[in-house]
Design a protein around this ligand. Structure first.
Ligand code: NQM
Length: 354
């Protein structure tokens, strides 16, 4: 499935080994990791195409589907199920409808999905005219070509997904390793700082930033220090916190970003990374203060500019405390790319008994 600006294979959990160590070996074999080109598997030689979705019917009252996201890396022998992925999440309901894990409800189908990685719930609405998922439509998301049917995602509660809370250092702004930063987690742990503070404009292309070896070494030093400050311990082998360079918006949006995930620069920005940037924009005293251009009000659409366009996040603020974000809504698209069997070497797993 393509989910937003990511893609990867989706599995019905019942088709995978129950033993987690075997499951991870199977997923590595599916994707062809570790190998820079993932030549012996389905992975696309990039973190955004080294992702796997695992879905099952939920047993939790009020929840329809459970989703487990697995992040692999081309060159690592590792399967990480600790972070979220809001892009792969967009493909969960289409996958469940295609495979009979859920039934269509009418012209649209809304299901509640629990992301098991961080226990996060959301409501996802897809178009299902005639009882089938519609993929064609007019919705456009920057970072994926063309247009497609809209998939609306409404997040219910995202603060402190992996960290202990929204502001895991206890401050809205810190100075860490000589750089003024906001460490924040509203669905994805991020470190935000002004691009200019690291000698960048913040308007560079993703390719130019990914090729800047010196900048990446500096970012990694800062990331490791922030990881400790955020209570995440040694993050050298983790793909979070993501490092987010910010600059004044220049395309009519609210804030301009360049997001390292964390060792290459994203061509766009992750879904929950965008939710987290939007949240930092509305917090008084964050590094975004004085730079973000916001519409104001208790329902704010924050437009996060990124290298290939923008990502709009609608935030709902608590009327009794406008510094508190109570919900986030956004639009994605997804597409079924293929269905079939993926072949696992018998030395890795011989398959579930028929
Ligand atoms: O932040 C990339 C992506 C992501 C994650 C990453 C994501 C999210 O664009 O919710 O979607 O940050 O590694 O798929």
């Amino acid at each position: 499935m393509r989910g937003g600006t990511s893609k990867g294979p989706f599995f019905n959990e019942a088709d995978l080994p129950t033993d987690l160590a075997t499951r991870d070996r199977v997923l590595l074999a599916v994707m062809g990791s570790p190998d820079k080109r993932q030549i012996d598997g389905l992975g696309g030689a990039h973190p955004l195409t080294s992702k796997v979705g695992i879905v099952r019917r939920s047993e939790m009252p009020g929840v329809d589907l459970d989703f487990l996201f697995a992040q692999l890396q081309p060159e690592l022998d590792k399967v990480d199920t600790t972070p979220n992925c809001g892009n792969m999440l967009a493909a969960v309901v289409p996958f469940a409808l295609e495979t009979g894990l859920a039934a269509p409800q009418g012209a649209t189908t809304t299901l509640r999905v629990l992301t098991r990685n961080t226990n996060m719930q959301c409501d996802i609405t897809v178009q299902t005219p005639d009882g089938h998922v519609a993929y064609a439509g007019d919705a456009r998301i920057d970072g994926a070509p063309g247009t497609a049917a809209p998939i609306a995602i409404q997040f219910l509660e995202t603060a402190g997904s992996i960290c202990a809370g929204l502001l895991p250092t206890g401050h809205v702004r810190d100075v860490i390793d000589g750089v003024e930063v906001t460490c924040i987690d509203n669905g994805m742990p991020l470190v935000l700082f002004k691009a200019a503070d690291l000698g960048c404009t913040g308007y560079e292309s993703a390719a130019d930033l990914s090729a800047d070896v010196e900048l990446k070494a500096r970012l990694e030093r800062l990331r490791l220090a922030c990881g400790h400050a955020m209570g995440l311990g040694d993050v050298s082998a983790k793909n979070y916190p993501k490092m987010t360079l910010i600059a004044p918006p220049r395309a009519g949006g609210s804030m301009c970003t360049r997001s390292f995930i964390p060792h290459v620069c994203h061509d766009a920005i992750g879904v929950l990374a965008a939710v987290t940037v939007a949240t930092a924009c509305v917090l008084d005293g964050s590094v975004c203060a004085g730079m973000a251009i916001l519409p104001g009000g208790l329902t704010q659409t924050v437009s996060v500019e990124h290298p290939t366009g923008e990502f709009s996040v609608e935030l709902g603020l608590d009327p009794n405390n406008p510094q508190s974000v109570t919900r986030a809504a956004l639009l994605r698209t997804a597409r079924l790319l293929m269905r079939g069997e993926v072949m696992i070497p018998a030395s890795v797993w011989k398959g579930n008994p028929p």
